[in-house]
Write a protein that binds this ligand. Structure first.
Ligand code: DGJ
Length: 708
């Protein structure tokens, strides 16, 4: 509901202010009628300073074909073949959505052609986050072709620019790299289509003048809400000015836009901080919990998953035993993974059955319904894995609908994990995917959770549905996916769903509008996980990041448990292989987690010691009222004679007294934290710190801090 809406026509020189509690973005209308970016930085308080902002030469949304000499935000060809676009300011509108959210829409128009570009901004006052996206429309007699259509263009003027990016591959997601930008263009992008973020996650920090650390430095943190090909382009010009152009990757994606239709880009989401990366992450976390992810304010389910313990090899008795384990451990839900379907081509490995979503009769003679009932009997919930966008050539679906598959008509099929991608641009395929989920929920209303997987990228991609508009494929695939998810969400608004893509191969805030959480990586070795989770923590809140305790890594159960706790904890381990002591430890850890999860999920994160800088990682979460905090300290390695300094905590109330208690103490071990540290004031904890790091490699300490 809109509280207020104002339409404005600015004069040359007028400033348009798009601000949050601590940030301002000013745009101004130049003498030439164009729109310029006048300022982006800390909030300006004094009217005189605002009036004195220097004249800017930075066009707010640079077009191609007239006088621009650098990478444009937009490039189009008109129906008469003219490749130029000029954009002049026409008007803008400010809508106050509520006391926290303000929308600003700025209308630009070409003086020669009936082409309009609307720049949309959404400012989140309290979270200090801005979203920016673009709408392009025209009334030419015939279609125009869009070649570039960025969501956002931002300008910076600094002496140096440091870019932090996060890249990886299967089982090695979110590796952090920081480099100084040099003159010319640096691009972070993906062309993978479906499992789009397998090599590059659409997130970055851009530090201005010098490198930022957790608590100091000026930077923006940026991300794109789009589950397909993205591109961040950083161009430094001859004057050392930097343009950051963010949006869908225009590569092989020219888009034919019909008259009267709108092309709407996804949102570029960013926050500005002049107090380092830590504040930027906290801003994004708060925004994500309040606006960016599905049901950020709702609880999540702890779970037992069967993937790493059974893989495809299970039957009813094995699964019912796992339901018993779920109950016995005090977990909320059992999640049945891949392998439950396919009859003509049973899904006994990854070579067959994908697409045939009927229960496999020999593994599950009594079907899903039986498992749902067995779960209900034990008072635990039942969740299930699907991979609805994909198909094995060895499947009945393939035999029935070869025209539903992305593949070139005149070249051999190209497989990855023995599978192909369905053509989600086709409304019939969208219906099929919708009906798979809707059908299962209708038949088995007791299903409480879906894990939605997507194990391959696009290669040899050709859409039989799009015919001679193949360059729309990458865009329309994602739109098709969102259409299905929109339909599902309007019928099942609160059903928890985990986003998965062979681990973290598709993690972005476009998808997170529909998903409550994501599977961060198939790599569950707890040592690797410290780095992977550290990476995600820069942009995504702990409530969204699923961490499971498994047998992949050979570290102690305590270490694995403590690592999984800094997110949405689950288990994927043979409970029966844990001895009595380990089971007791785990049950207590689950209780500890249940007590502390709200602090972890929705508290402020302070990354205290980076695993990229020391042989350990230390981080903590503090709740809003500063009366509860939890510290996680992981010793990754310890060289001969190496000892670790005390760690100063952050985010507490200096005036208050706190009880300090080590929890998750290992079955045979004793507390690492000296008894003398069992109570301190916030001032002490934040200045003297705590000796939280154990001296042995692959050990960990969890400390619960409670205001007295
Ligand atoms: C990839 C996922 O990341 C795994 O967790 C598991 O669900 C497998 N797919 C199943 O095929």
């Amino acid at each position: 509901m809109l509280a207020s809406c104002t339409m404005l026509f600015a004069q040359p020189g007028t400033l348009i202010r798009i601000g949050t509690a601590h940030t301002d973005l000013f745009l101004n209308v130049g003498e030439d009628g164009r729109l310029y970016q006048a300022y982006l930085g800390p909030k300006l308080q004094q009217p005189l300073v605002i009036q004195a902002l220097p004249r800017s030469e930075h066009l707010a949304y640079v077009s191609f074909g007239t006088d621009n000499l650098f990478e444009p935000a937009i490039r189009i060809t008109h129906e008469d073949g003219n490749p130029s676009l000029e954009l002049n300011y026409v008007s803008h509108q400010v809508e106050k959505q509520d006391d926290n959210v303000t929308l600003t829409h700025i209308r630009l128009k070409d003086p020669q052609y009936p082409v309009e570009v609307i720049l949309h901004f959404k400012a989140f006052e309290r979270e200090d986050v801005l979203e920016q996206w673009t709408e392009i429309r025209h009334q030419e007699a015939k279609p125009v072709v869009l070649y570039n259509y960025a969501s956002s263009l931002l300008h910076f003027d600094a002496a140096h620019y440091w870019l932090t990016q996060f890249h990886g591959d299967w089982a090695e997601e979110m590796k952090m790299q920081e480099n100084e930008l040099s003159s010319g263009i640096k691009i972070i992008d993906t062309k993978l289509g479906s499992r789009a973020h397998m090599y590059q996650t659409p997130v970055f920090f851009l530090s201005l003048n010098q490198k930022s650390d957790e608590n100091s430095g000026e930077l923006i943190a940026g991300t794109l809400g789009w589950s397909g090909n993205f591109r961040f382009l950083f161009e430094m010009d001859e004057k050392n000015s930097l343009r950051v152009i963010s949006g869908i990757n225009p590569f092989a994606s020219e888009y034919t836009l019909q008259p009267g239709k709108s092309f709407i880009t996804p949102a570029f989401i960013f926050t500005y901080s002049n107090q380092g990366k830590g504040l930027a992450s906290r801003n994004l976390h708060r925004w994500a919990v309040n606006y960016g992810i599905m049901d950020g304010d709702k609880p999540r389910l702890t779970l037992l998953n069967n993937w790493e313990t059974t893989f495809f090899d299970f039957d009813e008795p094995k699964l019912t035993a796992l339901l018993d384990d779920t109950k016995q451990m005090g977990l909320d839900m059992f999640l049945l993974d891949d392998g439950w379907f396919g009859n003509k081509y049973p899904r006994n490995d990854d070579r067959a059955g994908l697409g045939d979503w009927q229960e496999n009769k020999s593994k599950l003679p009594n079907g899903i319904g039986y498992l749902v009932k067995e779960a209900e009997k034990r008072n635990v919930k039942f969740g299930i894995w699907i991979e609805p966008e994909m198909i094995n050539p060895k499947s009945e679906l393939y035999e029935k609908h070869p025209d539903w598959i992305l593949k070139l008509p005149n070249r051999p099929e190209h497989y990855y994990r023995n599978q192909l991608v369905l053509d989600l641009t086709n409304p019939l395929v969208q219906d099929f995917v919708y009906q798979l989920v809707d059908g299962m929920l209708t038949r088995f209303p007791g299903i409480a959770f879906f894990k939605w997987d997507c194990n391959r990228m696009m290669t040899n991609a050709y859409s039989p549905f799009l015919k001679n508009q193949q360059s729309h494929l990458y865009v329309e695939y994602v739109n098709g996916l969102y259409q299905v998810l929109d339909r599902l969400r309007s019928k099942y608004p609160h059903l928890p769903m985990m986003l998965c893509s062979g681990g973290g191969g598709r993690v972005d805030y476009g998808a997170m509008q529909y998903f409550t959480e994501f599977w961060a990586s198939d790599n569950t070795d707890a040592l690797e996980r410290v780095y992977i989770q550290w990476g995600y923590s820069n942009f995504f809140p702990a409530i969204a990041v699923c961490n499971h305790i498994t047998s992949w890594g050979k570290q102690s159960l305590k270490f694995r448990t403590d690592v999984a706790m800094m997110g949405k904890m689950g288990y994927d381990i043979q409970i029966k292989e844990l001895n009595a002591q380990e089971q007791a430890f785990s049950k207590e850890a689950i209780q500890n987690y249940n007590r502390l999860k709200d602090v972890i999920w929705r508290g402020d994160l302070f990354r205290l010691v980076s695993p990229y800088e020391e042989n350990r990682a230390v981080l903590m979460y503090v709740n809003d009222s500063k009366d509860k905090a939890v510290v996680f300290a992981y010793t990754l390695n310890a060289r001969f004679g190496e000892s670790f300094n005390r760690v100063r905590l952050q985010g507490l109330d200096p005036e208050r007294s706190y009880t300090v208690k080590e929890i998750n103490v290992s079955p045979n071990g004793s507390s690492v934290l000296p008894a003398t540290d069992n109570a301190h004031t916030g001032e002490y904890l934040m200045n003297m710190g705590l000796p939280v790091s154990a001296g042995q490699p692959l050990t960990s300490v969890v400390v619960e801090i409670t205001a007295q």
